[in-house]
Design a protein around this ligand. Structure first.
Ligand SMILES: Cc1ncc(COP(=O)(O)O)c(C=O)c1O
Length: 427
């Protein structure tokens, strides 16, 4: 029986939301986070798809490292309670579990766009016959800039080497068959398929397994930007088999603004020593790193793509947050997420207004927590008005109001209160 079938039918009254919160097995996790306040009251925070909330334990994790630094100075690299030299490894197991990878396939490093570039250095190797990159039209701007600059860096022209998957006229999301027919048709000229796991604007989740299989059958490399998928969807990266993936940790992972990001390189590339890559000392064989020799020897697995020693303070926050995540368990979070977002959709659909529509797919396997609401008139003003009242989603030009009930800290009552206020605001 699926998790959805276990859910009761949604009802529109407030008592339903209260009853659902009472029986929610994850309800205590809300207490582990700090909610921003408006006029002294906790916000209804539906913006975890942009910046997740601060775990209450984060400050203690950071303070520990600041104290160690104060007391030990440079010796903290080796003598801190959690020595800084291998500190990033404290996150490896949990990260691997979260994205469905083997531990040596993941590493926590840099920030997302940097990791996308590092991955493209290795996995976008255009030739005269095979030089194209496939992205979704309306991919996050940083991804668009990154792929365009990679194409130019290799002496090609985005006008002829960039293929954008475009929804049919009048539709917001891509149909699976369209993605597949374009890849089939252009296959021999495609060097890399690089899609978001979940599109940041529409909230559409892509079928990563099918896309990966198809791309590989046609000889293409396949990578995913999982900024909006990690900590949101149940991922099985090793099994699905993309060549690489990269994500940030400040959205559903609650690692804090600009937190150190994550990266996946599939096992099949773990020992491909002759892959082109940009190197730094943190990717060099650990045993001989401090011999300070001139010749780079990459570590095996995702570790071999590291450049620099990472920010311990940022990793400390991520440790605090990953501990909470680990305890809550992705499978349970997913079950609640399906229900919570379904409930939000149900309530919004009760709103009798023709001034908005939900553009995120209806099927639970084609979305995560986020719903994107397209507003016909004055949407930005509405979004700002709600924010002033402490109801926080976000606005994406030209007409999208994004909201995500996050199963880790949002309640059914949050969703109810949001939907009630939205209905009166849209009138
Ligand atoms: C889908 C996607 N890709 C890339 C980025 C850029 O991330 P960063 O600034 O961490 O490189 C973001 C940021 O929100 C994003 O949502």
């Amino acid at each position: 029986m699926s998790d959805l079938q276990l859910q009761p039918e949604f009802q529109s009254g407030e008592d339903f939301a209260i009853a659902m919160d009472e029986r929610d097995p994850l309800k205590e996790f809300r207490e582990r986070f700090l909610f921003p306040k408006t006029a002294g009251r906790d916000c209804i925070y539906l913006c975890g798809h942009s910046l997740g909330l601060q775990p209450k334990t984060a400050a203690a994790y950071v303070e520990q490292e600041l104290n160690e630094w104060a007391q030990l100075g440079v010796e903290g690299h080796f003598r801190a309670k959690n020595p800084w030299m291998p500190y990033h490894r404290l996150l490896t197991e949990q990260t691997a579990e979260l994205v469905g990878a083997k531990p040596f396939e993941v590493v926590v490093m840099n920030s997302l766009t940097v990791n996308l570039h590092l991955m493209m250095v290795s996995f976008y190797r255009p030739t005269r016959e095979r030089h194209k990159i496939v992205v979704e039209r309306g991919a996050f701007p940083s991804d668009q800039y990154a792929v365009q600059s990679q194409i130019r860096f290799h002496g090609f022209d985005p006008a002829t080497s960039l293929i954008e998957l475009t929804p049919r006229p009048g539709e917001a999301c891509l149909r699976d068959e369209e993605i597949e027919s374009l890849i089939e048709c252009e296959g021999a000229s495609i060097a890399l398929i690089l899609l978001g796991g979940v599109n940041y604007s529409t909230g559409q989740a892509f079928d990563m397994l099918r896309i990966t299989r198809l791309g590989h059958r046609l000889g293409c490399m396949v990578g995913f930007d999982l900024a909006h998928a990690t900590g949101n969807l149940q991922l099985k990266l090793h099994e699905w088999g993309p060549d690489f993936a990269a994500w940030c940790s400040y959205k559903y992972l609650n690692g804090g603004p600009g937190c150190v990001a994550g990266c996946f390189v599939h096992e099949r590339h773990a020992r491909e020593w002759d892959l082109p890559r940009f190197a730094g000392w943190w990717g060099h064989d650990e045993q001989s790193r401090f011999e300070m020799g001139p010749d780079f020897r990459a570590m095996s697995g995702a570790d071999g793509w590291q450049l620099s020693n990472p920010s311990i303070v940022s990793l400390a926050v991520l440790r605090a947050s990953m501990a909470v995540f680990h305890e809550a368990e992705m499978q349970r979070l997913w079950a609640k997420s399906v229900s919570l977002t379904g409930y939000l959709e149900f309530l919004l659909n009760q709103t009798a207004s023709a001034d908005f529509s939900i553009i995120t797919p209806r099927e639970t396997e084609r979305r995560g927590a986020q719903l994107s609401i397209q507003l016909a008139n004055n949407g930005r003003a509405l979004c700002e008005r709600l924010a002033q009242e402490g109801i926080v989603g976000d606005w994406r030009e030209p007409d999208i109001f994004r909201v995500a009930p996050v199963p880790l800290y949002n309640s059914y009552h949050d969703v109810f209160r949001f939907a009630r206020r939205f209905a009166t605001a849209i009138g």
